[in-house]
Design a binder for this molecule. Structure first.
Ligand code: SAM
Ligand code: DTB
Ligand code: SF4
Length: 324
């Protein structure tokens, strides 16, 4: 496995003829995965809106006038009910998201309790709660959290233009704290924010230079939400999105690359090309955090057409092989 990818090398991958790029991505993918399996994660926003951060893409920032209202932390019973439904529909991982800069006080203890219960239901648990210090990471590990999601979202240069309330370094520090506790890392980004190809290459380089690579790499297509500063950004060409997935797969072949936000408006053919480029995970269920997602039965229908099977839950031993 390589951890020394340069932005120049990654840029060359982006510039390959499309068919060559797809062929390389498929070859890389098949070294580590069954190419006809896709992992299913279901998201739930356990604390919606009212976030003090100013991420220009996000409908949950309190700085922008969007339709998202600020809500209190959900009750544990409601969260467990949602986890149960997700499991019944076939998700193997349940991801709880909170619109926080960082977790604090009693609310954090309540979330720890929710994670404990999700683990009791025999599902993989993931959380995305903002920045973590070392002690918070340890507490999450202690209750059995499998994955922590914390995205880099772009390369360091472009990042400065989309978020002013925290630094790229702070993102990296949280990821270090998560790793230090031995939790799996879910870390990716957003494309279609008006960034240049060199920014996308820079983002993939940041991810692919992590050692080990993030086990899960969500690639989100920006969902343009009215009221956010990015609501009118020009559409990204679909092929540039597919290329980003392929390049992530070639540089991080043993990672699950997740075709994440933005699927609701993608055609079946577009999603199929993303799977061919090496995406083998999706957010599954009719809602992301605050915006819509493809309906589960539509996903099942597409899987049937493509001969794709939902991935069974990974065992500890299969994960070790993947990270060798
Ligand atoms: N507040 C925490 C944080 O920022 O890390 C966790 C929740 S935040 C909503 C998680 C991720 O959602 C962001 O890092 C970003 O990648 C993604 N996201 C937010 N708004 C989005 C949008 N409009 N389109 C695509 N992805 C988005
Ligand atoms: C990730 O990379 N994408 C998810 C999850 N991790 C937390 C969030 C997508 C959010 C899309 C906008 C919304 O629904 O609010
Ligand atoms: Fe808050 Fe996360 Fe949205 Fe940024 S992306 S405004 S930190 S919820």
């Amino acid at each position: 496995m390589r951890y020394d990818w340069t932005v120049e090398e990654i840029t060359k991958l982006f510039e390959l003829p499309f068919n060559d790029l797809m062929f390389q991505a498929q070859q890389a993918h098949r070294m580590y995965f069954d190419a006809n399996e896709v992992q299913l994660s279901t998201l739930l926003s356990i604390k919606t809106g009212g976030c003090p951060e100013d991420c220009k893409y996000c409908p949950q920032s309190s700085r922008y006038n969007t339709d998202v209202e600020s809500e209190l932390l959900m009750k544990k019973d409601e969260v467990m009910q949602a986890a149960k439904v997700a499991k019944e529909k076939g998700a193997t991982r349940f991801c709880m998201g909170a619109a926080w800069r960082e977790p604090k006080g009693r609310a954090f203890d309540l979330v720890l309790d929710m994670i404990r219960e999700v683990k009791n239901m025999d599902m993989e648990a993931c959380a995305t709660l903002g920045m973590l210090d070392a002690e918070q990471a340890r507490k999450l590990k202690d209750v059995g959290l499998d994955y922590y999601n914390h995205n880099l979202d772009s390369d360091p240069d472009f990042y400065k233009t989309i978020v002013s309330t925290r630094t790229y370094e702070e993102r990296l520090d949280t990821l270090k704290n998560v790793r230090a506790e031995g939790m799996s890392v879910c870390c990716g980004g957003i494309v279609g924010m008006g960034e240049a190809m060199k920014n996308r290459a820079g983002m993939v380089a940041q991810l692919a230079r992590m050692h080990p690579h993030p086990e899960s790499v969500p690639i989100n297509m920006l969902v343009k939400v009215e009221g956010t500063p990015m609501s009118e950004v020009e559409d990204l060409d679909n092929f540039d999105f597919i290329r980003t997935i392929a390049v992530a797969k070639i540089t991080m072949p043993s990672s699950h690359i997740r075709l994440s936000a933005g699927r609701e408006v993608m055609s079946e053919e577009m999603q199929s090309l993303c799977f061919l480029a090496g995406a083998n995970s999706i957010f599954y269920g009719e809602k992301l955090l605050t915006t819509g997602n493809t309906e589960a039965d539509q996903d099942q229908a597409l899987f049937k057409k493509l001969g794709i099977r939902p991935e069974e839950r990974a065992t500890a031993s299969s994960r070790r092989v993947a990270n060798a």
